[in-house]
Design a protein around this ligand. Structure first.
Ligand code: CTP
Ligand code: MN
Ligand code: MN
Length: 512
């Protein structure tokens, strides 16, 4: 495909296209035939541009004087992704999916290395995925600012959020602040920073100036102050203060134990505890079975689950489930379904078209029984179903579901997977892994799958969207149309999105 098509089929702007005009003189040998660079003058200035062009040519790069169809890499300095896209739009050029828009740091590193270095998120000004969207559907009406910024929805279910986050520096800061507000039970501020983090994760470019934040929803004054400070100083003083705060540090530590939530953390903090070892050795404290297991397998559980380990658990789950229900569907959900490379646990949804209610009800207990006999269960908590067919979906966007489920700690032997970690106790041949199993009625599988794939922020927003934009109620079990006063059935996630009038968002685009 031609990477530099014209945006509209109307009359073309005249641009010199012949190669001759851009041949360097005296000619340098071109070492990298596949790359054709164009260096953007905007915000760089003509002197520095001329210098970089000459240097790059000396190093064997082909650099064009003019933007032409053959250009494969546009290099810019002090421009954000939205700046470059805007500039391309003014030039009447679409950023085709094969055209790379790069920061000058890529060129400088490449010249230093004597060859093109690998392009990473750090270098790419615009995510490849967004460029594709952008070239597929040129914006019909001309706009003063970047159309990419204009279109952003306040709902995560109308944004595509991959794991390719261009704004880590901001979202990491927001997540610390949100967590601190959560620990202090300030829900409104917690939500404000979580929404802000979520929207920045969907941006196809890195924010480098306050101008880049124009038109982006969910960025209130408090959030903007933090952005401004990070742009200016590289860090936020508020985040620094939180990270050094004793209460934050203690809550972070206590809640890292499986079975310990805000209430318990609050209690321990008030009692003056600051370390886990003091808590564990205290004779007066009482622990729930879940917390006991949390302390017992603490080291394993805080070290993240790798994809290889998740796949190995998947094999065990399928094997056990199929021993009792051979036609059951077992799907890995949660973060791993969204393409994450690590997780805090492994989530599975189980459903089967065949069984009687009793067979369905008995599956998880049978699986637990089998694994216990094999010595694979380190802890489990089976939660019985409270599901009722005709119950309306919950309006609370954070409501828990009613399916039968099992929260467990599984003993994963290393022969199935070599995790390659060396910090393990001598001779220990297994790792404790947190696993969530959910069993749902077959006709509810699409809702359960959507609900258990997450992210949490994506789930909150799709439910909020259903309520406020469609007069419908959605949860992990069902979708109810309040206008038509009826339940809407769905066999697949695609059908749920269609009922809601939403474009389909793939699981790996739900990392909001
Ligand atoms: N979920 C739910 N009800 C629960 C627990 C979880 O509906 N009682 C859903 C949440 O919407 C969440 C998904 O299941 O998005 C997975 O939950 P969780 O394992 O906590 O999060 P992940 O996104 O998988 O992230 P991690 O890698 O930390 O496990
Ligand atoms: Mn998970
Ligand atoms: Mn989970």
């Amino acid at each position: 495909m031609d990477p530099l098509q014209m945006a509209h089929s109307g009359p073309r702007k005249k641009r010199p296209r012949q190669m001759g005009a851009s041949m360097p003189f005296p000619p340098h040998d071109i070492k990298f035939q596949d790359l054709v660079l164009y260096i953007l003058e905007k915000k760089m200035g003509s002197t520095r541009r001329a210098f970089l062009m000459e240097l790059a040519r000396k190093k064997g790069f082909r650099v064009e004087n003019e933007l032409s169809d053959s250009v494969t890499h546009i290099v810019a300095e002090n421009n954000s992704g939205s700046d470059v896209l805007e500039w391309l739009q003014v030039q009447n050029v679409k950023a085709g999916s094969q055209l790379e828009l790069l920061d000058v740091s890529w060129l400088i590193e490449s010249m230093g290395a004597g060859k093109p270095v690998e392009m990473t998120v750090k270098h790419q000004l615009v995510s490849p995925m967004v460029k594709k969207d952008y070239s597929a559907s040129p914006n019909p009406e001309p706009q003063m600012t970047s159309p990419l910024v204009k279109k952003i929805s306040q709902y995560a279910c109308q944004r595509r959020t991959t794991l390719n986050n261009f704004n880590h520096i901001f979202t990491d800061a927001f997540e610390v602040l949100a967590e601190n507000y959560e620990f202090r039970e300030n829900e409104a501020s917690c939500l404000a920073f979580m929404r802000a983090a979520s929207v920045l994760k969907s941006l196809p470019f890195t924010i480098i100036s306050m101008k880049d934040t124009e038109g982006i929803p969910c960025l209130g004054d408090k959030v903007k102050c933090v952005i401004e400070e990070i742009i200016e100083d590289g860090e936020s003083s508020e985040v620094k203060a939180v990270l050094n705060d004793e209460r934050y540090q203690s809550f972070k530590l206590f809640t890292s134990v499986f079975g310990v939530g805000l209430k318990t953390s609050e209690k321990w903090f008030r009692m003056g505890f600051r370390t886990l070892s003091k808590i564990m050795s205290d004779k007066t404290l009482k622990f729930t079975p879940m917390q006991k297991a949390g302390f017992l397998y603490y080291e394993d559980l805080v070290s993240c689950v790798t994809r290889a380990e998740a796949e190995a658990v998947g094999v065990l789950v399928k094997e056990a489930v199929w021993a009792f229900l051979p036609d059951a569907f077992v799907t890995m959900t949660g973060g791993f379904r969204r393409g994450k490379k690590i997780g805090h646990d492994v989530d599975f949804l189980i459903t089967s078209p065949g069984p009687t209610d009793e067979d369905e009800e008995q599956l998880l207990p049978k699986v637990m029984n089998l694994w216990q006999r094999k010595g694979l269960v380190l802890y489990y908590d089976l939660v019985e179903s409270t599901f009722e067919k005709l119950k309306l979906p919950s309006r609370n966007v954070d409501a828990l579901d009613h399916f039968q489920k099992c929260f467990l700690i599984l003993k994963l032997h290393h022969q199935t997977v070599d995790s390659g970690r060396c910090s393990q106790q001598e001779g220990k041949t297994w790792k404790a892994i947190r696993v969530d199993l959910v069993m749902c009625p077959y006709e509810r599988r699409a809702f359960a799958l959507l609900g258990w794939t997450g992210s949490r922020q994506f789930e909150r927003d799709i439910r909020r969207y259903a309520t406020h934009e469609r007069k419908m109620i959605l949860d992990n079990h069902a979708l109810y149309d309040k206008t038509k006063k009826k339940f809407l059935r769905a066999e697949s996630e695609e059908e749920i999105f269609a009922h809601l009038g939403l474009d389909y968002i793939e699981p790996w685009e739900r990392n909001a």
